[in-house]
Structures are given as structure tokens and as C-alpha cells.
Design a binder for this molecule. Sequence first.
Ligand code: GDP
Length: 600
Amino acid sequence: MSEKRLRQPIVAVLGHVDHGKTTLLDRIRGTTVAMKEPGKITQHVGASLVPTEVIEKVTEPLKKLIPTVKLELPGLLFIDTPGHSIFSNLRKRGGAVADLAILVVDVMEGFQPQTIEAVEILKQRKVPFIVAANKIDKIPGWKSIENVPFLVSVRHQDKSVVEYLDNRIYEIMGSLAELGFDSDRFDRVKDYTRQLAIVPVSAKTGEGIPELLALLAGLAQRYMKGRLKYVEGPAKGVVMEVKEEPGYGTTLDTIIYDGIIRQGDVIVVGSLEGPIVTKVRALLLPEPLQEIRATKKFRVVDEVSAAAGVKIVAPNLENAVAGAPVFVVSDESQLEKVKEEVMKEIEDVLIETDKEGVVVKADTLGTLEALVQFLKSKDIPVRMAKVGPVTKRDVMEAMVSKRMNKEYGVILAFNVKVLPEAKELAEKEDIKIFVHDVIYKLIEDFENWVKELREQEKRKELEQLVRPGKLRILPGFVFRRSDPVIVGIEVLGGTLMPGYPLMKESGEKVGKILQIQDKGKSVKEVKAGQQVAISIKGRVMVGRHLFEGDVLYTDVPSSHAKLWLTKYKNELSEDERYVLNEIIKIKRKTDPLYGLAVGT
Ligand code: GDP
């Protein structure tokens, strides 16, 4: 084997629901089936290999149109299940197992929430990607030609149709720019290391698929050779799915991204309870497609080398989790080291602290990792992060957190169930549980809730503050002289509400507003310019303490004035601010620290 041998890049497909991920993968797989001799296709578990000879045949018509490179790659390994969830699980410490990705965007719809989420995850994991602007056949007036390169098809379209397409592409470029990416239609890209390529395709008609495959292979070969160097050592892989298989027990659908795994190898598998050390009983690949009459789903193989999707049969796999590493132990002396490595991969993701922070639960290690990283990037602290359903213990952790900081006394649950006893306790203790299957939505829901909570707290605090207000007792409108005083007034400035204490211009206190009545009806609030009747409770009497024509102010406590001057300075109207300044002048005559230090 030459030193230069490269392994197949692992390619994942991401994008918003219904934008055509599955159809695109089917089309790529279908191309392979159509172009290879029956029985010669190596089947993988959870992945499909597109061999170099197929890529070469498909991209043949491109040779006359754009510069293409001679392929040294043995092909491209596509992960069969599209979506960010499976992509998140194809993880390794500090990165992704997928080498490349296709971001599928419906050219008619443009970016949608999960498109943004996909880009964020790709960015987070530093995975290079190509954008497939899918469904070009739906562009009004587009005349499809099955299975030809986009560059051929586009020549047959009317000018206005091409313009329409370009406008849609500009929109996608705009959305990508918002997320920090420079991009362009692939045939206008000058530097593939700096700009993302957008390939117009139709998963339905096959238009543009040649360019998509050529670009993926070309990019991988040109810029990722170091990463794709084939290593003949012990295998490294990651669990895609833990599956019960009749006759085999618990098995692991695994993507091998490095080295070789053989039947009989000792492997270490990550689990939430600690490393599982076990021995490979069998390695299974699917039966070739053509064996229609095959009675079994799988065939047994002796060994598998990267990159590959394989089902591992071994004892004691019950506790394994998706997203966990599977490492082959080359010899006994390495066992402890490998165990440590495996646990490090897992411990990076699981969090358990006694600090304030949200409680995070997710269905797999990969999605948990993605979620925690998003939270970290938003400076939201995490108290606990675990895989599995929401339990009573989680609610209790959130209760502890809530005592330290109301905003973090919550549970964020991605794609997991909430156990009934957890739900019950959460309801009783008023612990909010957010559940969603789009990470970005989950965080958004939480952030909106925090905003609402802060708004509510603010409203509550504001309601308790005495606002600045100024009034004049109207001459001739004394309805009752005492106990309580009832007088007609005009609001000269600011706001008056029942319950507000009043003072005279001298600073002398004169009781509290009991009620405000406007044309016989009791009201909660009056503003500058209004003329109403108020009753005043306290030991005051018109003619002794108060006189017709007197000007009164609301007796704003010093601590309230301080808040009006700082935290809530934007919550006062202009005339309230004016009145507050007058109140401050009155108050500072006797209390120089009024509104500055906390006092009354
Ligand atoms: P996914 O949710 O992203 O996997 O989307 P699917 O592959 O299931 O596609 C969603 C719908 O769009 C299906 O009805 C597909 O037939 C349709 N579709 C996918 N690709 C194309 C395309 O290129 N052209 C057209 N016209 N329809 C497409």
C-alpha cells in the first residue's frame, strides 16, 4: 500500500426539513447503483459509498466545461441519514467525524430555521461545506434536462429564468453573509478556501449532481489530504446508533473514521456508566443490493477499514450511547490508555457542577454536546448536562439553581421525554421545562422566556415605585375638610395613583392618596393636565394643614428616586423627570443624600 493512499471523506447532508436532503441522497445513491455492475457495490451500514469510478463517469461531461482534477480518492462515503441530529453524533473530541457536508437549501424558500441551525453546527464543528441550492426544476419557466450538469442545463434556459435563479442565489448569499460566510455560485468562486460554493441542483431531475460530486471530491482532495491520509492502525469510530438486532442482541451501528477493525479485536466503547471493554464477536455489512432473495439482512466480514459504516456485534453493549467513541485496543498494554482516552471523549460533554446554571438533557451525546456549546457561546451557564429523559433529580437540580438565580432554574430538554414524576414536581415547584427538537428553537424559547421574566420583574418593581407627581388644590373645590379630605385638584405634572404619599412644597408630609375619582368614577392613574377629585388619608385638615390653591408633590422615597435616576431613568416621561428634579430640590434641603444613597 502506498503512503499516499487516502481514505474516503465522510460526507454528511444537512438542511431544513423538506428541502430535499433525502431525495438528494437517494439520487446520489441511485446514480451509483445505475452505474455499477450488480453485486459490485460495497454496502455500508448507515452510509453509502460512491466509488471514484462512478464519480468519474458522472463528472465526465464536465471535463469540457471546467477544470477537473484527477481523482486519487477512493470515493465519497455519504452518511445515509440526513439531518443535524445524526451529524451531531458523528463527533470526536474537538470536532466532527464528517469531513465534509452538503447544506441543502430549497432554492425557492431560501434559508429557514433549521438551515441556520445547520450552519451554526457546521461552524461550531469546523466542517467545510458546499451549498446545494436544490429544486431548480421548480423555478418558473425552467426546462429540465435529466441528469446533466447544471452548466449544460443553464445554457438551455431563457435569460429571465437564469436571472430569476441568480436572484434566488443572491438571497442565499445574503443569508450566508449574515452568518459570517462569503459565498458565490460555484462557477464564479475564485478561491475555494475563502468562499463557499453554491451549486444549483435538482435532486428530482439530477441536474447539477455532476458538479456537486466533482466539487466535493475536488475540495477534499485539494485541501484535506492530511486529514484523509489512510492509517493502518487500530480503528477509531463513533457510535451512530445502538440497535437491538434479532439474533445478535445489542449492536452498534458505527462509523469507522480511522484505521482497521477486525473480528476478535478488543474494543473500548464509551458509555454513561464508564468505559465498556469488550471483544468484537462479528462485523456485519448489509447484503449486496442485488441479492433480492437473500434471506438474511447482513453478511459477516473479517475486517473493515476506514472510512466505513459497520455494525459491531459484541457482548455487554447495552449501556453504549450514540455519539460515543469506539476505539480498538491494539494490545493489552494499551488498554488503560485507551480507556482513559474514551472517557475523556465523553467527560468533555457531560457536566455536573454545584453552581448556578441551566439543566440540560438530550437524547444523545452528540446533540448534548452541540446544545451545551451553543449555550456556552451565548454565555448561558450550565449546571448539569446529561443524556436521557428528564427525571425528578433534574427538577431538583433546577430547583437548587433557581434559588441562586431565577433565570437559570430551568430545564432544557432536546428530543427527550419528561418522566411523569418529573413533570409533577416541576409543576408543583414552578420549574419551567423547555422541550424541542430543534436546538436553535429550544434556546430561542428559553431566551424569550428570560426576556419575559425580566420584563415581568421590571413591571413588578416599577409598580411598587412612587412616580413623581405634582398637583394643585383647586380653589372652591373642597368637598370634605377632614377624615378623609376630599378636594378637587389639577395634576400639574407627572403621575398620581392611589396609595401615593404626598408632601407640601416645604417637604412637610400630608398623608396618602386614598382614591382618585374622575366624574364620579374611581380611577387608577391620572396624568398632567387632568382635573379630578382625590381623597387624602392621614391626619390632615383643610384650613389647618392644607389650603385651597396649595401645590403638593408625591413624596417619592429616596430609594425610589435612586432607581428613577439610574436603572429606570428611561421609564419616566419628560414631565415626570421635570417634577422629579423639583422633588429632589425640596428633599435635598433636609437630606443632602436624597436619591443617592439608599435610605428613605
Ligand atoms: P428532506 O426532509 O430534506 O429529506 O426532504 P425530502 O427529500 O423528503 O423532500 C421533500 C419534498 O420535496 C418531497 O416531496 C420531494 O419529492 C421534494 N423534492 C426534493 N427535491 C426536489 C427537487 O429537486 N425538485 C422538486 N421539484 N421536488 C423536490
